[in-house]
Every structure is written in structure tokens, then in C-alpha cells.
Write a protein that binds this ligand. Structure first.
Ligand code: ADP
Length: 186
């Protein structure tokens, strides 16, 4: 089973992906986590993307597609992946479909977490105060929301056309969102 957790920045994708991993034994593939790990390690890739992330812009399709491709064998061995923060552009979605097709598998479901902009902004302000993640500052967050609306939201009709899109209310508690995801998947 290959699943995409879809939604705007700070929708709670990472939190829910981690729970699904614990329950179902799949692998979480978060391009955001991979990029932050590269930055933390000081690798060449990390140096290249550090400022892009801090601004809230998207890194190039080429970079994230390569990161995902590197992990697909591992995901296959675990019985599937939960994609979190990927794909974020139509080009990434097309590349993912192709990479999976080559392996004889596909995306089985796309769960969209619906959270309104006011709630997202509130969550991020809180997280910024608590954790100080550089791209959670108000200006960068605005850029991230714009990138979502411009580049990522067009994936909704892409997956709708494939008949794979389901929606879950992402506004409640972690437990209630988990329940909504399970219902969407059932
Ligand atoms: N698929 C992707 N394509 C382009 N950039 C990405 C992608 N995934 C992550 N990034 C970069 O990493 C940042 C953090 O991503 P992520 O951890 O998914 O954050 P969030 O969902 O909280 O916005 C993004 O703002 C972007 O700069």
C-alpha cells in the first residue's frame, strides 16, 4: 500500500504519518525531514538548500525526486510508503507515478487533510515560539502557504481524476484526525 498524506504546510501530515508507520509498519518518506537532515549534516546538498528552506520556497523537483527515488527499495521491502510533503508539484506527481509504475506498484490513496488558513497560521505561530524552526517565522510561512496554493493545490484535480482522492477533517485533536484518516482509508 502506498499512501500520500496531502495538505497545506502545518496540516499535521508528519504527526499522522508517524502514527501510521507505528500501526502499519510502512515507511514514512518525508522530503522535508530528508532536507532538514541534509542541512543538519552540513552535506553539499544541505548547503545548497538551506536558504531555500529558510525562505519558505520549494527546492527543485530534481532534488526531491532523487531523494525519493533513493528510498523506494526500502519502502517496497516494508510493504509500502507514506509520502509526506511529496509530491508538491504536478511534475513531482508525474515522476512518482512513473517511478512506482516501473516497480509494478502505484499510489493507492491520497488523503487530504483539510485545515483552514487561520488555524494553520495559529499553529505555526505557536510552533515558532516553542521550537524556533527557521521557516516557521511569519514571512517564510506566508511564502510556504503561497507555494502550496500555487504549486501544490493543483495536485488535487490530478489525483481526483485518478479517483484516488479522499478527504479528512484535519482541524480536531490528533486522535480525531487519526480517526478521520482511518475512516477515509476504510
Ligand atoms: N516535495 C518538495 N518539493 C519542494 N520542496 C520541498 C518538498 N518537500 C519539502 N520541501 C522543502 O522543505 C520545506 C519543509 O517541508 P515540510 O517539512 O514538508 O514542511 P511543512 O509541511 O511543515 O511545510 C518546504 O517549505 C520546502 O522548502
Amino acid at each position: 500500500m502506498n499512501l500520500i498524506l496531502f495538505g497545506p504546510p502545518a496540516a499535521g501530515k508528519g504527526t499522522q504519518a508517524k502514527r501510521l508507520v507505528e500501526e502499519k509498519g510502512m515507511v514514512q518518506l518525508s522530503t522535508g525531514d530528508m532536507l532538514r537532515a541534509a542541512i543538519a549534516s552540513g552535506s553539499e546538498l544541505g548547503l545548497k538548500v538551506k536558504d531555500v528552506l529558510a525562505r519558505g520556497d520549494l527546492v527543485t523537483d530534481e532534488i526531491v525526486i532523487a531523494l525519493i527515488e533513493d528510498r523506494l527499495t526500502e519502502a517496497e521491502a516494508a510493504g509500502g510508503a507514506i509520502f509526506d510533503g511529496f509530491p508538491r508539484t504536478v511534475a513531482q506527481a508525474e515522476a512518482l507515478d512513473e517511478m512506482l509504475a516501473k516497480r509494478g506498484v502505484q499510489i493507492d490513496a491520497v488523503v487530504r487533510l483539510k485545515v483552514d488558513d487561520a488555524a494553520l497560521t495559529e499553529r505555526i505561530a505557536k510552533r515558532f515560539a516553542e521550537q524556533g524552526r527557521p521557516d516557521d517565522n511569519p514571512e517564510s510561512f506566508k511564502v510556504r502557504l503561497e507555494a502550496y496554493n500555487r504549486n501544490t493545490a493543483p495536485l488535487l484535480p490530478y489525483y481526483e481524476a485518478q479517483g484516488k482522492l479522499t478527504e479528512a477533517d484535519g482541524m480536531g485533536s490528533i486522535e480525531s484526525v487519526a480517526k478521520a484518516i482511518d475512516e477515509a482509508l476504510a
